[in-house]
Design a protein around this ligand. Structure first.
Ligand code: SF4
Length: 688
């Protein structure tokens, strides 16, 4: 066989699917993957992985991989050599910059790519083009969580480690289908329930696996989490259960905050959220009586118009009860993609440099100007939501989108596609010909994680190295190399020969990564930021105070934003999220045969009540219509959803069904789309 003579090889890598950051050895022969073998020394997962990490890798060898640059010719693409493609991109960027100015261009970096690749992408935007228009897809999921933490405790990351979650007396999971979205982390909680008697409270619209396992499951009305969280916090204060010494020593703003809770009575919370007062009291009691409380949350919280405020309310509750700066406690926003945390850490945002220093902070800017040898703009750039608006407004003319399927995952997708059509120049860099690539002028073939080196940072701020398993397929190249070539063609003089050169530069400029070197991350070694110059890391944050100049946390009063009202006609609430077997929009996993055979197509989960009322059966074809678009989908009747709430998985291989329904409304503080505030009407269709 073709395999004869090829040596069996073992390579350490980091899983590229979710933010848990499982690591394992991949055994290969030639380009065949023999097995995925997690190790005892894997810090986040030990000897576990989930089905995606274990079997989700066929896509790397898919025949559909892009292997050569493509250049648009009218309605078609033709293959091109790298030289021509890079020259075209560079000359077009220069032309547009000269004609319309640097802010006419937008750069999207990827939370699936490495830290080093995020770093060079934002450096290309800032130092070479001269704009802060740079963002990444955590805008679609996690930015509100980060905002809530920045406001209250100062660092935009999980308070401790996954291990702390396992050691907590009480875990509260809000708006996260953890068993399917972060399987290995969910396993920790299941084990702790069994072995340590850990208590579990789950708040969700759907009775998913963790909900079924919970000691208490509550089902608040959509978009009301801030209300019950604030009511519980008020009740805790009123009962005298607040941690007074902690508040006195370590927290600012208590009096003002306590006053802001005045209206959040139990009666009001019951009326607004539908959760009985006894249950609210029970949650408050459990928090009061537990030794260490961890709160985990995800998109069920963040993807609302008040997503940042609800995240803030979670952090406020933890502060009032002293659940920060001690083991087995704290806030744990669960990062979706493998490198959501790292993309933010490395400056993939319109207002911050690597290390979260602000572009409008003169001192920070001076530091980066000196290191990069250029003058930088202090104007905050556009986030990806604003980029789409600015294309429609006429000021944004070109985009460079790396490793993001914006043409599927962005909300109100018809408006996004119309925007792409208006662009003068679009460069898409990916491993597959994506839905977004259909609008491109140039498509650049990149490499997946198995074909490059670099680092990822997982949900617990853990920085881990991945090693190259295979040579790049065809003529594809690692993203950092492609970006470096474009920058140099534009006159930059970057001399990165290996991702470690990029990390060395980033570590010099970013205080949270100061002591990070590739040597310190050798093999299965890892570091959790902040890492001081001497290489000492901090698995548990806030032991020596909070990340503010005076070392004190800040209670931050928030108001409830009433969810969007689309009118009576749109009487169905369309919830959306992930399936275990697929990952996000499915562009990697749908190409893995082993997985797509198991979960063939998308279906709509409908409650028994709604099915009875409308005469829906398993397999009935329905049309959902929102003010923004419509989709046809088959129904499956389930106990997992209730009443007029339906659930549409966001994994649709070809058309991104859910985002034909979603609006352009967004979290008011971060512009994260309010995916979870989607209403539609439902009609039954005849089978064709
Ligand atoms: Fe990969 Fe997440 Fe599964 Fe771990 S839990 S194997 S990181 S998808």
């Amino acid at each position: 066989s073709a395999m004869r003579g090829e040596r069996i090889k073992k390579t350490k890598t980091v899983c590229t699917f979710c933010g848990v950051g499982c690591t394992f050895d991949v055994w290969t022969k030639g380009r065949h993957i023999l097995k995925v073998d997690p190790q005892k020394e894997s810090p986040a997962n030990g000897i576990s992985t989930c089905v995606k990490g274990k079997f989700g890798w066929d896509f790397v060898n898919s025949e559909e991989r892009l292997t050569k640059p493509l250049i648009r010719e009218g309605d078609y693409f033709r293959e091109a050599e790298w030289e021509e493609a890079i020259q075209l991109v560079a000359s077009k960027f220069k032309e547009l910059k000269d004609q319309y100015g640097p802010d006419s261009m937008g750069f999207i970096t990827s939370s699936k790519c490495t830290n080093e690749e995020s770093y060079v992408m934002q450096k290309l935007a800032r130092a070479v083009i001269g704009t802060n228009n740079v963002d990444n897809c955590s805008r679609y999921c996690q930015t509100p969580a980060t905002m809530g933490l920045f406001r209250t405790v100062g660092y935009g990351g999980d308070a401790g480690s996954i291990e702390d979650i396992g050691n907590a007396g009480l875990v509260i999971i809000i708006g996260s289908n953890t068993a399917e979205a972060h399987p290995v982390l969910a396993t920790r909680v299941k084990r702790a329930q069994k072995l340590n008697g850990q208590k579990l409270i789950v708040a969700d619209l759907r009775e998913h696996e963790m909900a079924a396992r919970a000691d208490l499951f509550i089902h608040p009305k959509p978009g009301t989490d801030l209300v019950w969280l604030s009511a519980i916090t008020k009740y805790i204060i009123d009962q005298g259960w607040a941690n007074e010494s902690f508040l006195a020593d370590k927290v600012n703003g208590f009096d003002l905050y306590a006053k802001s809770l005045k209206d959040f009575t139990l009666e009001y919370a019951e009326e607004t959220t539908g959760i009985p007062q006894e249950q609210l009291i029970q949650i408050a009691k459990n928090i009061h009586e537990s030794d260490g409380v961890c709160i985990l949350w995800a998109m069920g919280v963040t993807q609302h118009m008040g997503g940042s405020d609800t995240s803030t309310a979670i952090s406020n509750l933890l502060l009032v009860t002293g659940n920060y700066g001690r083991p087995a406690a704290g806030a744990y926003p669960l990062r979706g993609h493998n490198n959501v945390q790292g993309a933010g850490d490395f400056g993939s945002a319109p207002d911050s440099f690597p290390g979260y220093e602000k572009v409008y902070d003169d001192k920070a800017r001076a530091k980066f100007e000196k290191a990069w040898g250029v003058k930088l703009t202090k104007e905050k750039g556009l986030n990806n939501h604003e980029m789409i608006e600015s294309i429609h407004g006429g000021s944004l003319k070109a985009m460079y989108i790396k490793g993001e399927e914006m043409g599927l995952v962005d909300s109100n997708i018809n408006v996004v596609h119309n925007a792409y059509e208006k662009l003068e120049f679009l460069v898409v860099q990916d491993i597959f010909f994506s839905r977004t690539a259909e609008y491109a002028d140039v498509v650049l073939p990149a490499c997946p994680s198995f074909e490059k080196e670099g680092t990822f940072t997982n949900t617990e701020r853990r920085i881990q190295r991945l090693y190259q398993v295979f040579e790049p397929l065809g003529e594809s190249k690692p993203d950092w190399e492609i970006i470096t070539e474009i920058a140099n063609r534009l006159g930059a003089n970057w001399d990165y020969r290996h991702p470690s050169d990029i990390m060395d530069e980033a570590a010099m400029l970013s205080s949270i990564y100061a002591g990070v070197t590739y040597e310190r991350l050798e093999g299965y070694k890892s570091l959790q930021w902040p890492v001081s110059k001497d290489g000492k890391d901090q698995p548990l944050l806030y032991l020596d105070g909070f990340h503010f100049p005076d070392g004190k946390a800040r209670l931050h009063p928030v108001k409830w934003t009433i969810p969007l009202d689309f009118g009576e006609e749109y009487d169905i609430h369309v919830n959306n999220g992930r399936l275990l077997e697929h990952f996000h929009e499915g562009n990697l996993t749908y190409k893995s045969k082993g997985i797509s055979e198991k979960t063939p197509s998308v279906f709509l989960e409908v409650s028994r009540e709604l099915a009875a009322e409308r005469g829906i059966k398993d397999g009935t074809l329905v049309r959902l219509t929102s003010p923004y678009g419509n989709v046809k989908v088959k129904c499956v009747i389930t106990d997992r959803v209730k009443g007029k709430e339906v659930y549409l998985p966001m994994n649709d291989s070809d058309e991104g069904a859910i985002n034909k329904l979603t609006s352009s409304f967004a979290d008011k503080d971060t512009d994260t789309p309010a995916y979870k505030e989607t209403q539609a009407k439902l009609e039954i269709l005849k089978e064709e």
